[in-house]
Design a protein around this ligand. Structure first.
Ligand code: SAM
Length: 286
């Protein structure tokens, strides 16, 4: 059945599939210096942010992504105080990071200020921590910022980037990960969204190889649902400097002093369970 013009559709070329949301109207469209930014009002998913034709954030399901990009890595690090987010212009990850009372400073570096300004207008709930005194928002290239970062100056790096095409491509390179490795302390951890395990294994393979080439000896992927992204099944991949990741601070996760909608200690444990095909694939990337 063909969809009429009232549907937004994202086509996933890799596995020739598509995802559609019925829209009431287009609320915003602009070409920034870096990318095309659109916002739709949908029938069932609230507002939808689209960059260069790709779905980024919806009101209904963004909590899955933002909670899983932040709380697993923050509860895995023994004592995260200094956090950097590369990309993340919608500010949802920043809000989740700042829920952790131990975090003293979180700097978000997104190349495109327009993404944040548009998010402030159409996703104000994601931007509610932007005025937190621990938050710093920079609008410059995250790759250059990371190259210039002081060695040993960060505990956690969250790479909340677009897909590895366009301005986000270098964010998946060994050179960028090496700069992250340098900027992190001994216990430091990096996490990056790593696409769909069902559709994008070649991207995951490249990430694993590049993380390791940059010096991250422990590499582990966690999984979560994400209805608006291709296949609906998404992942994030953590890298650490030691041979294996430390066990997570389970008691702290159980007693977390803030509410979440998806993340909890059981979800944390389950998210790191490795499906058989994925375990085999990772073994072949050694
Ligand atoms: N949740 C989204 C997803 O996985 O599809 C990603 C969200 S976020 C809106 C991605 C951000 O990365 C965009 O705002 C974009 O401007 C930013 N970005 C792309 N390349 C960048 C770079 N080199 N430095 C900093 N930010 C960058």
């Amino acid at each position: 059945m063909a969809l009429d013009k009232n549907w937004f559709t994202e086509i996933e070329e890799e596995i020739q599939s598509a995802f559609s949301l019925k829209v009431r109207k287009k609320l915003h469209e602009e070409q920034s210096a870096f990318q095309k930014i659109e916002v739709y009002e949908t029938e069932g998913f609230g507002h939808l942010l689209v960059i260069d034709g790709f779905t980024m954030v919806s009101t209904r399901d963004n909590f899955l992504y933002h909670e899983m990009m932040t709380h697993p890595v923050l509860f895995t690090h023994p004592d995260p105080k200094r956090v950097a987010i590369i990309g993340g212009g919608d500010c949802g990850s920043l809000r989740e990071v700042l829920r952790h009372p131990g975090v003293e400073h979180c700097v978000q570096i997104d190349i495109d200020e327009r993404v944040t300004r548009v998010s402030e207008q159409f996703f104000p709930e994601l931007c509610e921590a932007n005025d937190d005194p621990r938050a710093e928002l920079l609008f410059i290239d995250g790759i250059q910022w990371m190259k210039d970062a002081e060695p040993n100056s960060l505990d956690v790096i969250i790479v909340d980037s677009t897909d590895p095409i366009g301005p986000g491509e270098v964010l998946f390179s060994t050179e960028f990960y090496a700069a992250c490795h340098r900027a992190l302390g001994e216990d430091g951890l990096i996490v990056q969204q790593s696409e769909s395990p069902l559709a994008h294994l070649p991207i995951l393979e490249r990430m694993y190889r590049s993380y390791r080439a940059a010096g991250f000896r422990a590499v582990q992927t966690l999984f979560f649902p994400q209805p608006i992204y291709p296949t609906g099944w998404w992942s994030a991949t953590i890298g650490g400097k030691a041979d294996s990741l430390p066990g997570f601070r389970e008691a702290d996760a159980r007693d977390k002093p803030f509410a979440t909608r998806y993340y909890n200690a059981e979800i944390h444990r389950a998210a790191f369970a490795q499906p058989e095909f994925f375990r085999e694939a990772v073994a072949s990337w050694r």
